[in-house]
Design a protein around this ligand. Sequence first.
Ligand code: SAH
Ligand code: SF4
Length: 412
Amino acid sequence: MTSTVEIAPESAASFVEKAPLERYVAPEKPSLIGLTRKQLGAVLGAVGVPEAQRKMRVQQLWHWIYFRGFTEFDAMTSVSKELRATLTANFTLERPEVVAEQISVDGTRKWLVRLPGETQGERPHEVETVYIPDSERGTLCVSSQVGCTLTCSFCHTGTQRLVRNLTAGEIVGQVMVARDRLGDWPGGTRPTDGIVPSGDNRCVTNVVMMGMGEPLYNLDAVRDALLIVSDGDGIGISKRRITLSTSGVVPNIERAGAEIGCMLAVSLHAVRDELRNQLVPLNRKYPIAALLEACRNYPGASNAKRITFEYVMLKGVNDSIEDAKALVRLLKGIPAKINLIPFNPWPGSKYECSDWEQIEKFSAVVFDAGYASPVRTPRGRDIFAACGQLKSATEKLSARERMALRAMAMTD
Ligand code: SAH
Ligand code: SF4
């Protein structure tokens, strides 16, 4: 069965989504990770916790799970022995399985995370979670789907056949796995191999939904997960330090603002509909004008809380000075930041990364229009070097580099 989305007449006529979504099938003994407080209360009710106690029990569990990072119910000393045994018999606190870890010379870490497929025995799915540290902060790039139903022509994820929405537990689970690995829970031991933020800074200070998938096509799970990540009684990463990147699912932008309230990044990449239709086919359904209108109305957007516009630099495609001028004209009146992202090639991709000189010229136009540091020059140069070298790199390495690149650009 193929799923087509509802299509508005004319301009949207040729926009068809790619693959049917596969279902998530919960294990017999499910993990409690990713449940909202309300859902956790209901689960406690189902195993016999009286209504009058539930709120207090939820609060206790929340603390152990999300503040302390515990993985066993049995170690939760404030919870009665009886309830601990009941919970152990019925549930787990399992996070997604990490099957590989790579640490690169600049401290970037990539975890390959394995997720179950719909059919037993079928090859499991894999997504990547990437950690990019510097001296003061650590940014975690998190995936929201296995693959992506959209087919942006410059994006490797868009070429993947299989798609499954991640559950809220699998999304929060990526943050928890990272904190497990980095010793980032109270009393934990930080790794000595590779850079982590200094002193009292936590290892994971920022989260960007810029891994695999379109987060606004999995909004409910992404919302539940990000509300858990930002909950002050638990992981407690401020919503100002959480950024959701979308290719432009217009009807869900307002919902994301109202229901999550995190920072927004929009993958613009082109200033004309004709070109954006090719680069980001979703544009045929939600053209630039509609997208920018949704940005203007994004709840909470202000000069202190700007929307980031991402612009991937594609040689000879969208990188002319005219494009740069049109870009700043287009964004006039929107509280915006601009991130120029050097294109990261992948095997079989049909684009090239713009020449560095061209990126600088483009960047100068954007800078002169009042946007600070649209491309990170020092690190940008490193990455640009990597861009060319990646042609010979393995697919996996290129995926890591790509994600690291995006996430770095985000937290500039
Ligand atoms: N689906 C969402 C979030 C994931 S992609 C979105 O499209 O926004 C995160 C960012 O990486 C997007 O801006 C995307 O356009 C960009 N991107 C994808 N492939 C890239 C590549 N090969 N090189 C550079 N940026 C890329
Ligand atoms: Fe999907 Fe984003 Fe890649 Fe487009 S750029 S195919 S929306 S992951």
